[in-house]
Ligand binder design. Structure first.
Ligand SMILES: [Zn+2]
Length: 330
């Protein structure tokens, strides 16, 4: 077994949540200090990274639970911590409202996929309320100028990078889902690929001739998906796109075959900082899709969250199988 420099392997017994052979997966792709005797504060997750064993940043504001599926789920706006030691964000135009229950939804999807496949998605969670920290913005807007949050911001993205390194080694390719909630009047899922409503309103042939997918967060997948028929625009709103799968499962989604684009004047989130940074716009091995979920019927009750988590999990399994060739059964 050949591993790159700086990577360590530790073998340990599988205890609670780890799964199969991957329970021994341990990497330190960032070369961060590994705990030990040094006084240096880790700038990201440290070795050993163990499937299903959560790590928190030194201040306890963020957490990363390594997985072994080619899927990384981020919950950036569902935290509840409001430490008095941190100033409230007051930057001009800063959004401070939380996406209610998105953290719970993210955890549900991790559990569902683990139960269905025996493999766990990687999970990155922001525990802070958005009035303190926005985990889907560049460092200035994320922290609102609070210097004590700069290190957690670095840790957050180091966690996603750690997940990316594991996915690359285990699977070669994978997908990030950045999970949000919106308050728009139209109760449908909005899927963000970095393509705005005006672009999506173009016909398939216009999107093809203008190479719109090259400017998306799934740019690489649009070229190398295992499903040749889904290369290009079909990846957004073809029969095996994520939006179409979700809509077929009972959760209206745009873009999808059923609802190809938001109409003029209809609000639509096309994807934010995490989707841009961690997607394949610049050719990385991870593609990214932002999911903005409405409240009513999706996030508002335990029963609806469970129902949505089931459909999202099923849709993601189908998407990962078709587009990435990843299929697992427990
Ligand atoms: Zn959000």
């Amino acid at each position: 077994m050949v591993r790159g420099r700086g990577w360590r392997v530790v073998f340990m017994a599988c205890t609670v949540s780890c799964s199969g052979a991957s329970s021994s997966d341990v990497t330190n792709p960032l070369g961060n200090p590994g705990g030990g005797s040094g006084a240096t504060v880790p700038t990201g997750p440290v070795a050993p990274l163990i499937v299903g064993v959560m790590q928190a940043d030194p201040l306890g504001y963020l957490e990363y639970t390594p997985g072994d599926a080619p899927l990384v789920i981020i919950a950036p706006h569902g935290g509840t911590l409001r430490p008095a030691s941190l100033a409230d964000r007051t930057c001009t135009g800063c959004e401070t409202a939380n996406d209610l229950e998105t953290q719970a939804l993210a955890r549900l999807v991790v559990d569902r996929l683990h139960a269905a496949t025996g493999a766990r998605p990687h999970l990155v969670v922001n525990r802070l309320h958005r009035v303190k920290f926005d985990a889907n913005r560049d460092v200035g807007e994320a922290t609102g100028g609070t210097s004590a949050l700069q290190a957690p911001w670095v840790w957050l993205h180091a966690a996603v990078d750690s997940a990316e390194a594991v996915v690359q080694r285990q699977h070669g390719r994978g997908l990030v889902i950045d999970l949000h909630g919106h308050a728009h009047t139209i109760a449908r899922l909005e899927l963000g690929y970095l393509l705005d409503g005006a672009v999506l309103r173009g016909t398939d042939s216009v999107l093809t001739t203008t190479a719109a997918l090259d400017r998306s967060s799934v740019a690489r997948l649009a070229r190398d998906t295992r499903s040749g028929a889904d290369r290009g625009v079909a990846l957004l709103r073809g029969p095996r796109s994520l939006g179409t799968l979700l809509a077929s499962g009972g959760f209206a989604a745009v873009p999808s075959a059923q609802d190809p684009a938001p109409r003029v004047e209809e609000p639509f989130f096309e994807g934010g900082y995490n989707t841009r940074r961690h997607g394949s716009l610049s050719g990385g091995i991870l593609d990214a899709i932002q999911i903005e979920a409405p409240n009513v019927g999706v996030r508002d009750t335990e029963a609806n969250r469970a129902r949505f988590a089931d459909v999202l999990t099923r849709s993601l399994r189908s998407f990962l199988a078709t587009q990435y060739g990843w299929e697992r059964a427990p």
